[in-house]
Design a protein around this ligand. Structure first.
Ligand SMILES: [Zn+2]
Length: 355
């Protein structure tokens, strides 16, 4: 048992020695390529890109505002057109009713005229009898009165029909105009949306460039020691119980030691808490953004003392080592992440000489 631990620690030392040696060597080469004063130039470039992205985002916001306005106009127009359509149907029904009346009155007028004609005809025996009694002229007068009333009604119906036809054509031509305006609005909206998408793509491209630049800056900072990783995440624990990979795709390092449970976990550098939470596998966890694409993820914690959005400074306590989640004993699972992807923490300068 003791023997195997000894062998394991020798293998660990060898591994760390090789990784750090490689790391220092690559940084040395890197240092000679990028001078420290190029950091200012890179940061200036980053600021410029940020300005460009802000401009792009402003354009996007303006375009979106315009699109919202157009959509509102479109909705109003559609509602008006729908109302007009309903009105048009009403008018059509009205027209149909009046046409029926027109036919009716015309028929009645015809009958009236025929009766008058009959009464006026001298050969009609009935007329003869009635004439005798002086009633024909009274009947004709009555029928003429009725005829003139019917004609008046007919004229009214005709006038109403005419105005209804005019109203109908107005509604129809109105909707035709609205229809073309609607098409115009739709065209405008899709043009604005296309432009908006172009700007969104522009903004994304800039963000991509910024990430690349931040990565470069991070490399320079790390190489020149400006980056400022000065703290071990576990000041009281110095045993690495599991390394990167570790034959099981381990995405970080496990740190433990005597009295591990409840011992402090601190921020390795200045940063901002991105999130805290509880996960089935990771248990209680904290993620800290250290800027320039770098983040530290601490898991299996017993307690969490920080909250998302909180600024933390190097060495500040974040929580305590625990055994939560999928863990076989109290330890800190540390994941160093660059642009959201975990990488081997052996490549971090703060570990130099500490493990
Ligand atoms: Zn782990």
């Amino acid at each position: 048992m003791h023997k195997s631990i000894k062998i394991l620690s020798i293998i660990l030392s060898l591994f760390i020695f090789t990784t750090l040696a490689l790391d220092i060597d690559s940084e040395h080469t890197f240092n000679s390529v990028i001078a420290a004063d190029s950091l200012d130039a890179l940061e200036e470039q980053l600021r410029q890109l940020e300005g460009e992205r802000n401009n792009a985002n402003e354009v996007i916001a303006n375009r979106e505002e315009v699109i919202r306005g157009l959509r509102e106009e479109l909705q109003n127009l559609e509602a008006t057109m729908q109302r007009n359509g309903a009105d048009c149907e009403d008018v059509n029904e009205n027209i149909e009713r009046n046409r029926q009346k027109q036919i009716d009155f015309a028929k009645k007028c015809g009958c009236c005229m025929k009766d008058i004609e009959l009464l006026r005809c001298a050969e009609n025996p009935l007329t003869f009898v009635l004439q005798e009694q002086g009633a024909t002229s009274r009947l004709i007068a009555g029928l003429s009165q009725k005829l003139s009333e019917l004609t008046k009604s007919l004229e009214q119906v005709n006038a109403e029909l005419k105005s209804l036809e005019i109203l109908k054509s107005e509604l129809e031509s109105g909707n035709a105009t609205f229809g073309s305006h609607l098409d115009e609005l739709n065209r405008q909206i899709s043009a604005d949306e296309a432009e908006c998408n172009e700007w969104r793509q522009k903004s994304l491209d800039i963000t991509q460039q910024m990430r690349q630049l931040e990565y470069e800056i991070g490399k320079v900072r790390r190489a020149s020691g400006v980056y400022g990783y000065t703290h071990s995440p576990t000041p009281r624990l110095h045993t690495l119980t599991s390394l990167w990979g570790d034959g099981r795709g381990h995405k970080g390092w496990d740190i433990s030691g005597p009295g591990a449970f409840g011992s402090p976990v601190v921020a390795m550098a200045d940063g901002t808490v991105i999130r805290t939470g509880r996960d089935r596998g990771y248990g209680n966890f904290i993620e800290i953004d250290h800027g320039y694409g770098f983040a530290a993820f601490c898991a299996h914690l017993n307690t969490i003392n920080v909250h998302p959005g909180q600024r933390v400074s190097a060495g500040q306590q974040l929580g305590k080592v625990g055994n939560t989640g999928n863990s076989t004993g109290p330890h800190l699972h540390l994941e160093c992440r660059l642009n959201g992807r975990a990488y081997d923490p052996a490549k971090e300068p703060w570990l130099r000489g500490r493990v």
